[in-house]
Design a protein around this ligand. Sequence first.
Ligand SMILES: Cc1cc2nc3c(=O)[nH]c(=O)nc-3n(C[C@H](O)[C@H](O)[C@H](O)COP(=O)(O)O)c2cc1C
Length: 438
Amino acid sequence: MTAVDDVPTTKGSDAAAAGSAPDTPPVPPAARRRLPRIAELRTVLRFRRPTLDPVERRLESALTIADLRRVAQRVTPRAVFDYVDGAADAEATARKNLAAFETTEFLPELLHSVVDPDISTTLLGDRIALPLVFAPTGYTRLMHEAGETAAARVAARVGIPYVLSTVGTSTIEEVTTAAPGGNNWFQLYLTNSEALNAELVERALQAGVRTIALTIDSAVGGRRLKDLRNGLTIPPSLTARTFLDMARYPSWWIDKLTTAPVEFASVRDFPGVSYSEVAGLLFDPGIDYDDLAWLRSRWPGNLLVKGIVNPEDARRVVAAGADGVVVSNHGGRQLDRSPATLDVLPAVREAVGESTTVLLDSGVRNGQDIIAAVALGADAVLVGRAYLYGLMAGGERGVDRAAEILRSEYQRALQLLGLDATAKIGPQHVLRSERASG
Ligand SMILES: Cc1cc2nc3c(=O)[nH]c(=O)nc-3n(C[C@H](O)[C@H](O)[C@H](O)COP(=O)(O)O)c2cc1C
């Protein structure tokens, strides 16, 4: 029953209050009717000041990453939204990623003070604000011209690492200049040109990058049916429907037409490579353990291998010199029917031992997901779409909003679990329930 239900409103009650029905109990004075006093309503009826800036208004109304996703879908051309939101083939892995988090339950440990919790953690020797990293995403300036540099600036402000993609639309130097104090990492696709690989590694080093993540789950490109149907391919072959839909978003067009071209910025000046040849160069089906050894011998900084779902692969890449692994199925964008990353995480942690860095991504959409991943063995998680939805919804301010949503959800869930520090999260705090796969 609600509070409103508790208020007597019937004539019978009034009669009882007046004493005309002696067999019904009297109505207490506080519940008796009287003339309305508008002034008293001020305590419950306070209106929000209207926000005139439309971007600010839509960001304020977004309380979750799912809300940001809905806003992004409304304000972005469909083909662009699909490129971010979509996944490979039947998208079964993308759905499994989400289901694995949604069906993980928490077991709190209560009656412990959670005043002023310490949500920070140590990752590869650095103290970071919370166990969160912005994942590498290609083509980011297609979504919003603010692109990679905005994401890097937000990450630096929040105090978490940002990973620039090899196929980013801003250069390594642009990112490190935009976020000079940031913990900027570089994601490497080893191409079939050793000279280009060597140049990228050298530029990362010169720009002050200390961590490279080598992505290994992309020997060939995943088959993203939505992109093929929309004609968002390299080179593009837009359908008439895609083009007409894009025409409905003039501000997106103006952004694209009045800012630097959307291209693979870090590889654009490499001699002898035309734009349409880049994609063929980037996915090298020949990549193998010799390439990993080559990179290890060249790169003095932290080396992570991204795209691991098999615990045996994790053990082997660490034996080959990697400092850590990113348990990832590329957000379901590469091999469909790969397992959900959360499901394989405990076995990967066991395979590489306690002292190796283990990160996880694919399907993280809220702060509770971060808790689940840390409880099951991750040192931190990466998010891709979560901050891209923010970027599409409102540029740099939207990425800020996404980070704030994740941070506050993470802290609240930690406190409700009865824990006052990230370091106290353990496997005893989660229950994995049986669920139907897919
Ligand atoms: C639009 C988009 C582009 C991506 N581009 C890259 C990339 O260039 N290199 C890479 O290693 N991973 C790339 N990824 C994968 C992300 O790094 C990350 O693994 C994935 O987004 C995690 O899943 P989530 O989006 O559910 O968080 C991309 C993901 C998206 C959504």
